[in-house]
Design a protein around this ligand. Structure first.
Ligand code: NOJ
Length: 578
């Protein structure tokens, strides 16, 4: 599963020619100063007792969200959908999924958010639709349907098309034969997610109209799902043998992608005060810049996956590698373009289980340390719901407990090819998307206060101790620490715009850096390990002010020298005064 997503978003970092960039990254923008809180609506809060989270549930928690200090919510798809891929298969882009509520609920949600000064970013899933979308029903009905060219069809009279890899199909075959018109249709994801044909201007104009419909309602942005795959060579040439191992190179940033993005910007994005974020960052820094540099008029920010794709396993990962990846991306975007910073989302394992340490001894400390990292880096932070509590992976033992379609299909695939099923089960305990999709843990009552019914996916049994109600009462909880560092980021714009400098680069345990600008200099020191660690940052920190520390007693052993000894997973933020 993990490898599947690594392959999906694989980044081949080709050299980007050095340009003489202007200081674009210090230009002030609300979306740079935002702290984005990502809500997976299915698992957030169920108001009507059907076991599935819904819009009324989110409305009932708006004061909680406001109390976090975040100012943008990214909502995973809430459009009508048969839910093959939990809403990433849209059957009507202008309506709300029945399980989530009605358009009235949506209007009330948006109003309630805006009243609280919170903006809304919607998921825009237009590389593909559902096969239950009216366009697809019409498209498959006959070869002469006016909707035929809304999708990619290959008439079987010509023989089989060249192979294409499907990420989610049981057989990984992206061409699905349909006997109705004796033709194959293309689906990069599941067979219920046929790819839309962006070469068709009628399709593009329908999508822009639909985007305007949501902008007119007052939404504040779009997150473009898998959009880099939307542009394709529709002659479907043969790719080299083995291409599927690195298929992103062939799928991402296809012909006309930038034409489409510039057109979308001209037709929609430029007409509203909305933010836009690309899922992924292409195959090179040049790709990433080309999508987001302000003078290109495409999107606002890239969401690069190399950070969450660094090789890891239950035993850990290389801290040096982690530092190198985040420092490199920062330097490439230091003066132009803009990035997102995140360590988790609905496609990933829980942040603390993956990058921290979810043992009882270190869960809280390591979770707070990772939160410190996200909130003090340059780029717009995207923080996944539940991580503010230090929620952990669930690690189901039985395949019957998993819900993620891509995992279930891969399970069947492994069975079909005689794969090592034990290895597969061990792998999904660590990396399956369902780990991040268990219900949000509100309190210690039945089903963690998520639903009065039967939850669509099991609640993590640790909800009795890890939950909002308990953490509200504890001054030193992950939740209250999260509030504290979000407030710091909101208060000190140096944490948004300031120059980033890595310190003690070769230190295998400690990640230390400064952020400098806006007349201030901040020092951030993070021990990424379960052992005591030492760093020589080369800066004496006397006269500095400790702004945040993840241990209740503050900083342990800082003296007037530049040597700092950190306790396990200790995290410190200083304002330097010299
Ligand atoms: C990326 C989304 O984040 C993921 O959840 C989804 O399955 C695929 N795109 C397909 O839409």
């Amino acid at each position: 599963m993990r490898t599947l997503f690594i392959a999906f978003f694989a980044i081949t970092l080709l050299n980007c020619p050095q340009k003489n960039y202007a200081q674009e990254s210090t230009d002030k923008k609300w979306w740079k100063e935002a702290v984005v809180y990502q809500i997976y609506p299915r698992s957030f809060k169920d108001a009507n007792g059907d076991g599935v989270g819904d819009l009324q549930g989110i409305i009932s928690k708006l004061d909680y969200i406001k109390s976090l200090g975040v100012n943008v919510i990214w909502l995973n798809p809430i459009y009508s959908s048969p839910n093959d891929d939990n809403g990433y298969d849209v059957s009507d882009y202008r309506n709300i999924m029945k399980e989530f509520g009605t358009m009235d609920d949506f209007n009330a949600l948006l109003k309630g958010m805006h009243q609280r000064g919170i903006k809304l970013v919607m998921d825009l899933v237009v590389n593909h639709s559902s096969d239950e979308h009216e366009w697809f029903k019409q498209s498959r009905s006959s070869r002469t349907s006016p909707y035929r060219d809304y999708y990619h069809w290959w008439n079987a009279d010509k023989g089989k098309p060249n192979p294409r890899y499907s990420l989610f199909d049981v057989n990984h075959d992206a061409w699905r034969y349909d006997s109705l018109t004796n033709a194959y249709y293309l689906h990069y994801f599941s067979r219920k997610q046929p790819d839309l044909n962006w070469e068709n201007p009628k399709l593009r104009s329908e999508i822009y109209d639909m985007m305007k419909y949501w902008c007119e309602k007052g939404i504040d942005g779009f997150r473009l799902d898998a959009f880099q795959f939307a542009a394709k060579d529709t002659t479907f040439p043969k790719f080299p043998d083995g291409y599927e191992k690195n298929f992103s190179l062939y799928y991402a940033v296809g012909p006309h992608l930038h034409d489409y993005l510039q057109e979308m910007n001209k037709e929609v994005l430029s007409k509203y005060d909305v933010m836009s974020v690309a899922e992924g960052a292409g195959n090179s820094y040049k790709d990433a810049h080309d999508m987001v540099d302000a003078d290109r008029n495409e999107l606002n920010m890239a969401y690069a996956f190399e950070g969450v794709d660094i090789p890891s396993n239950p035993k850990g990962y290389s801290v040096i590698h982690f530092k190198e990846v985040f420092s490199r991306w920062d330097s490439v975007f230091a003066t132009k373009g803009w990035l997102s910073i995140f360590l988790a989302n609905h496609d990933q394992a829980r942040m603390v289980s993956r990058f921290g340490n979810d043992s009882p001894q270190f869960r809280e400390l390591s979770s707070k340390m990772l939160t410190t990292f996200i909130m003090t880096m340059r780029g717009t932070p995207y923080y996944y719901n539940g991580d503010e509590l230090g929620m952990t992976n669930i690690r189901f033992d039985k395949i019957e407990d998993y819900r993620d379609m891509s995992t279930l299909n891969e399970y069947k695939h492994q069975q079909n090819i005689g794969g090592d099923m034990q290895k597969f089960m061990d792998g999904i305990k660590y990396a399956c998307r369902d780990n991040g999709r268990t219900p949000l843990q509100w309190d210690a009552t039945k089903n963690a206060g998520f639903t009065s019914g039967t939850p669509w996916i099991k609640v993590n049994p640790n909800y009795k101790t890890i939950n909002v109600a308990a953490e509200e009462k504890d001054q030193n909880s992950c939740l209250n620490y999260f509030r504290k560092v979000v407030a710091l980021r909101n208060q000190h714009k140096v944490l948004v715009y300031g120059k980033y400098t890595l310190l003690d680069k070769k230190n295998p345990n400690v990640y230390a850096y400064t952020r400098e600008g806006e007349g201030k200099k901040m020092l951030i020191v993070l021990n990424f390990t379960a052992n005591t660690a030492q760093t020589d940052i080369g800066i004496a920190i006397k006269n500095s002010k400790l702004l945040a520390a993840n241990y209740a007693d503050g900083a342990a052993s800082v003296n007037n020298s530049s040597n700092i000894v950190l306790r396990p997973y200790e995290a410190l933020i200083y304002e330097l005064n010299d």
